[in-house]
Design a protein around this ligand. Sequence first.
Ligand SMILES: *Cc1c(COP(=O)(O)O)cnc(C)c1O
Length: 379
Amino acid sequence: MPPDRVRAALTGAVRPVCAYVYDREVLRSRAATLKAALPSSAEVLYAVKANGHPDVVATLAAATDGLEVASGGELALARAAGARRIAFGGPAKTDASLRAAVAAGALVHVESALELHRLSAAADVEVSVALRVNRRDGGLPGSHQMAGAPTPFGIDEAQLPGVVALARALPHIRLVGFHLHAVSNNLDGALHAAFVASSLRWSAATASALGIALEYVNVGGGFGVDYTGTATFDTAPLAGLVPPDGVRLVFEPGRWLAADAGWYAAEVLDLKHTHGRWFAVLRGGTHHFRLPAAWGYSHPFTVLPVPDWPHPYPRPCVQDAEVDAVGELCTPRDVLTRGQRVDRLRVGDILVFGRAGAYGWDISHHEFLRHPHPQILVV
Ligand SMILES: *Cc1c(COP(=O)(O)O)cnc(C)c1O
């Protein structure tokens, strides 16, 4: 069940209910838990793409060391949120966004030799740069692998000496270290710690081989969340990591900070039994919460019973049955959950999907079918 303050917010929501609820208290507590678990000198930047709602961004800007952004739009959000530090990444930066990053005093995670040229040309003052490297063996298991394999992200390790030489030759560029984000949704804390330790060793060895005064090692995000089970990412193994003197060790998680702070709630508009299966049709769906469809899993829900039924006609109800939670789109792929057992479910009850605070609304195709957007309630 969602916490009382989330249920209270839903009680006042517009009917039929279709809403996201974001809880700032949970955001603060996740950030504090992570800061306490990491080595004291380590820095945490929140990766804004997980949830760019201005209140979420402002809350995490205050509760962490700063923000990681991946577009000009996110950069503007980060500035508005008063972020103490901003790191600007992403594989396809425009000249306008590079200029904005320089103006904001952001550290730029540069992903190619051409981008380095463009950044140098866009800069009128010195800009700190970390090179994003796709290492030969820097991979990690998880839902999305981004390094140690062919991907569009970063600079292939074999090309690094040439890019470092270029960084040295170009005006306004101050090379401070490396960015090694490698994975999303890794659930194994021990493996993650081994990855970070190896990233620190590799960075020190590479900096020394290429004559870089190493100041910055960003190991990215990727701490996982188990949407369908009870596994948790164990942060304890990360506590023992010690960066070399004078080196900032930076993490930039998104999902782990924001997922638990969001709930997606949708009212049951219809209940039907066809070809032996129960369907709960919702005021909502994958155009608001795309993650389960994108990843191909069933997202669990809880039923929030709504007692009142102010209509003269009978209220459809199903008891002790398996139900598919489907959305309001005209496609059989608009499915949030398949075959979840319910004790009782009625039209007018509300399904609440927890762990919807990261990569929920932000990654969804909001305009498909032009249904009204959900309310966004921040508590
Ligand atoms: C998406 C992303 C993150 C955050 O990843 P999570 O899996 O949400 O922790 C961090 N850094 C970069 C470069 C990213 O692309």
